[in-house]
Write a protein that binds this ligand. Sequence first.
Ligand code: NAD
Ligand code: DAU
Length: 337
Amino acid sequence: MNHILVTGGAGFIGSNFVRHMLKKYPHLKITNLDALTYAGNLDNLKDIEKDPRYRFVQGDICDEKIVAEAMDGCDAVVNFAAETHVDRSIHAGDLFVMTNVKGVYVLCEEARRRKVQRFLHISTDEVYGSRLEGYFKETDPLSPSSPYSSAKAGGELLARSYFVTYDLPVLITRSSNNFGPFQYPEKLVPLFVTNLIENKSVPVYGDGKQVRDWLFVEDQCEGLDLVLHKGELGEIYNCGSHNEEFNIDVTMAILKLLGKGTDLITYVQDRPGHDRRYAVDTDKFKLGWVKKHNFQQGLEKTVKWYVENEQWWRAIKQKQADYKAWMDKHYKPLEAK
Ligand code: NAD
Ligand code: DAU
């Protein structure tokens, strides 16, 4: 592998992956194709933007022309680009269907034409749906609950069909909840950490007893690198960390690290269709992968990063606030104007 097209490389896991790969493989070139949606941020890659082995292309993975241009010269594709936030998919699912399904189709078509050597598609453990006990294996049926996870299921099924039908060298990972530096502050960990730094309350959905398996993003990147290089073509790999925690315990751990009290917890209405527990069996994923962080170690690094990088997340929160203020000003009910 000499030149990888990474899509969604300006997002959370994608940017960590680009940095990991450029550092580990001195010969490697990376083209990053990213639409720079609200979740894409070139500040995530400031430290490597001038690296001569790195090229950024702004564009949508649903756009055949831009995909063809970006894939030119690449011998592998790693697809992170997606709409990723479950709550947003419940509010409006159309973009999720476009990017997470149609976008995968466009990438597969172009990759097939170019005969790339590897096509790694990043999917999610959410495609299995929820289970209260035991662990999902890669062979278990899919039963996604949200528009987000259903669209992700559609995308990965499409990618796998390109392996079966056209011999496209597809690999699929189903990852559990990632956390770490550069995660957009709408997901639980970064939202709660940044709210607490600002002495704002944190909204715990429902009873806070939902369980997620927390995977530190640096460990995730090493695992993805391994699947990309050593995975068997056509196979699906669950990626989890066996760091299962109740949401309320994650909240308490963050409060403790930041020296804040439980008075900042607000229990709010539950997410519609909220999956109670995700848990994947990771025996197949091993391939020599050993995680380096347990939950507490990953969380300490993450909280430290957000404390030390206030300018990064304050700029994002300011944009969110400006947008809300503009909407409130321009879309008042008519009689109130
Ligand atoms: P993110 O939301 O932080 O980043 C997504 C990136 O994709 C952004 O840079 C955005 O600009 C880009 N993008 C969105 N639509 C695009 C389009 N149409 N064309 C080109 N670029 C587009 O996401 P993340 O949390 O880093 O997740 C990356 C991938 O990993 C996603 O496929 C997601 O489903 C999967 N995943 C994430 C987690 C997690 O916990 N974060 C867990 C399992 C799987
Ligand atoms: O499991 C992998 C998935 O993890 C990825 O595929 C998704 O892209 C990613 O967003 C994540 O999905 P979740 O819905 O699990 O992540 P989120 O951070 O939104 O929520 C984690 C848990 O915390 C979930 O049970 C909902 C709850 N929650 C979340 C937010 C944002 C709250 O209680 N309060 C909140 O404000």
